[in-house]
Design a protein around this ligand. Structure first.
Ligand code: AHR
Length: 498
C-alpha cells in the first residue's frame, strides 16, 4: 500500500489562482473558430464569443488569460485591431501558417472575452517590431480614465471606461522569435520599454512581466536580472519587474521529432512523463538564481507557456499546431500542476499553451461542435487548489514506474487547505501497468468526496465519441489506517476532505 501523509498543521504559501492560467494566441484556430466567430455566425455566441466554449471555460474557473501571443505578439500592432471591423487593416501571420489575419479580434474583443470568462487580463506587448510609443499608447488606450488622445479614441471606438489590465508582458521570447536578442540587449530594451508602461491608476497597478529564459538558459536569467532587477537605480523593491517569464514545452522525441499525439509507445509515454517532471528541476534552477537577487521573493517566476507539444494531426496545416489530447496529456497536466503548487512561493502565474485547438488544449472545436479534452478534466478537478494554501506532504511505498529509458515516481501528489477549511488532494498514478492502493494519513475528515479520471494512455475524446475520457466518482473508504482509495494505472484523482 502507498501512503500520502499530509501535514495539515503547517500550511505554507498561498497557491496563486493564476497558476491555473491559460494562453490564447493568434495561431491556427485558437482565436478564430475556436473562441471567436463573427456575431452573425450560425454558431451560438455572445458578442462573437462562442457560448459553448465560454461555458466550458467557466467550469474550470480560468483565472487569467494571456493574449495575443507568443511569437505573434512581437509582430502585432494593436492599432490595426481597433475601430470598425470592416475597416481594420489586414496582415500576414508570418509565424503561423502565413495566413491573412483580418484583425477582427482585437483589444475590445479580448477584454469582452475576459469579461465573459470572469478572469484577469494579461496582455503581451511588442518589443521585437514595435516602438516604445506604440506600447505606451496601448497601455494608455487600455487603462487611462481621463481625457487623453488614446482614452478619447477608446471612447470613440465604443468603450468609455478604462479596462483593468492586471499583467503586461514586455516582449515575448526575445531570445528567439521576438527579435533574436542577446540577454544584455533585451535587458536594456526592457528597462526602456517598461518605463512607459504607465501606472495611470495607483489603485489598479499593472504587474510588469520581463521576458525570461527558454528552458534551462540560466545565463539569460542571470544577465536579465543583473540589469532589470538588481540595478542600483531600480525603483522600489521589485526593481523594474514584477515577474520573470519561463517557457518550457515537453517534446517526447525532441524538437525535430516531436512524435504523434495519439500513437506512441510505452517508452515514449514514460519519456513524456520524465520530461514533464523536468519542470521541477527548471523551476528549482531558475528560482535558485532569483533567490540570490530577490531572497524576499517579491517577484514571481511566471511560467507563461507550458504544455506537451507533438506533431500536428495528419492532414492539418503544419503552421496551425492542432493536436489531439489523450490521457497521457492528462497525466502531464496533473504532474505539472502539482509541481507548480509545490513551488507556489515563487511561481505566481502559469499559462497552459494553448486554450483551444492549439498544442495542449483544454477544448477542441470542429465547426459548431466542441469537445472537452482529458486536460480540461484535470483543470476542473484541480480547481479547488486555486487560492488555497499549500500543505506539505510525503509520498511513500509507491515505488517507481517506467521503461528502459525513463524511470519516474509512480505516484505524484499535491495537497492544499482552502479558506473554508476543506483539504484538496490531487494524486496521479503514472504507471501504465500497476494500480496503487493509497492510504491518505494525517487528516481526520468528517466527510470525503472524490473524482477519478482513469483510462488507457491513448484514450481520447473525439467529435463522434466526446466522452471516452471523463470524470467518475472515486470510491473512498475511511478506515483506521486513513482515507483509502484505489488509483488504477494511468489515472488522476481529486479528493475534498472536510
Ligand atoms: O505556443 C506556441 C509558440 O511557442 C509561441 O508563440 C512562442 O512563444 C513559443 O515558442
Amino acid at each position: 500500500m502507498a501512503t500520502i501523509h499530509i501535514d495539515k498543521s503547517h500550511p505554507q504559501s498561498r497557491i496563486a489562482p493564476e497558476i491555473y492560467g491559460h494562453f490564447s494566441e493568434h495561431l491556427g484556430r485558437c482565436i478564430y473558430e475556436g473562441i471567436f466567430v463573427k456575431p452573425d455566425s450560425g454558431i451560438p455566441n455572445e458578442n462573437g464569443m462562442r457560448t459553448d466554449v465560454v461555458q466550458a471555460l467557466r467550469e474550470i474557473h480560468v483565472p487569467v488569460l494571456r493574449w495575443p501571443g507568443g511569437c505573434f505578439a512581437d509582430e502585432y500592432h494593436w492599432q490595426d485591431g481597433v475601430g470598425p471591423r470592416e475597416r481594420r487593416k489586414k496582415m500576414v501571420n508570418t509565424h503561423w501558417g502565413g495566413v491573412t489575419e483580418d484583425n477582427s479580434f482585437g483589444t475590445h474583443e479580448y477584454f469582452e472575452l475576459c469579461r465573459q470568462l470572469g478572469c484577469k487580463t494579461y496582455v503581451n506587448g511588442n518589443v521585437g517590431s514595435g516602438t516604445v510609443r506604440e506600447m505606451s499608447e496601448w497601455v494608455e488606450y487600455m487603462t487611462f480614465g481621463g481625457v487623453s488622445p488614446m482614452a478619447d479614441l477608446r471612447a470613440q471606438n465604443g468603450h468609455e471606461e478604462p479596462w483593468r489590465l492586471d499583467y503586461f508582458g514586455v516582449g515575448n521570447e526575445n531570445w528567439g522569435c521576438g527579435g533574436n536578442m542577446t540577454p544584455e540587449y533585451y535587458a536594456n530594451l526592457y528597462r526602456r520599454y517598461q518605463t512607459y508602461v504607465r501606472q495611470y491608476d495607483p489603485a489598479a497597478p499593472i504587474a510588469k512581466i520581463c521576458g525570461g529564459p527558454n528552458v534551462d538558459d540560466v545565463n539569460w536569467t542571470r544577465r536579465v536580472l543583473d540589469t532589470c532587477y538588481a540595478s542600483p537605480q531600480a525603483p522600489g523593491a521589485h526593481g523594474y519587474m514584477d515577474g520573470l517569464s519561463l517557457h518550457y514545452y515537453v517534446h517526447p522525441g525532441g524538437w525535430d521529432h516531436k512524435g504523434s499525439a495519439t500513437d506512441f509507445t510505452e517508452d515514449e509515454y514514460y519519456i513524456t512523463m520524465k520530461k514533464a517532471l523536468y519542470m521541477e528541476d527548471l523551476i528549482a534552477m531558475h528560482s535558485a538564481i532569483m533567490n540570490e537577487y530577490d531572497p524576499e521573493k517579491s517577484i514571481g517566476l511566471m511560467v507563461d507557456e507550458w504544455g506537451a507539444w507533438y506533431d500536428v494531426e495528419p492532414g492539418t496545416n503544419p503552421g496551425f499546431l492542432y493536436q489531439q489530447n489523450t490521457m497521457r496529456d492528462a497525466l502531464v497536466a496533473a504532474v505539472t500542476l502539482n509541481i507548480f503548487n509545490s513551488h507556489c512561493d515563487r511561481v505566481r502565474l502559469a499559462c497552459l499553451a494553448q486554450m483551444v485547438n492549439v498544442i495542449q488544449s483544454v477544448l477542441l472545436t470542429e465547426g459548431p461542435r466542441m469537445i472537452r479534452t482529458p486536460t480540461w478534466h484535470v483543470f476542473r478537478m484541480y480547481r479547488d487548489h486555486q487560492g488555497a494554501r499549500l500543505l506539505p506532504l510525503t509520498v511513500a511505498g509507491a515505488g517507481t514506474a517506467g521503461s528502459r529509458d525513463a524511470q519516474v515516481p509512480a505516484l505524484h501528489a499535491s495537497a492544499s487547505l482552502g479558506g473554508d477549511g476543506a483539504v484538496t488532494v490531487t494524486a496521479a498514478n503514472l504507471s501504465l501497468t500497476e494500480g496503487q492502493h493509497v492510504s491518505l494519513t494525517g487528516l481526520d475528515p468528517a466527510s470525503v468526496t472524490g473524482t477519478l479520471l482513469a483510462a488507457e494512455a491513448h484514450a481520447h475524446n473525439t467529435f463522434d465519441e466526446p466522452e471516452v475520457v471523463k470524470e467518475a466518482p472515486l470510491a473512498v473508504k475511511v478506515t483506521d489506517k486513513g482515507v483509502e482509495f484505489d488509483l488504477p494505472p494511468c489515472s488522476v484523482a481529486a479528493l475534498r476532505l472536510q
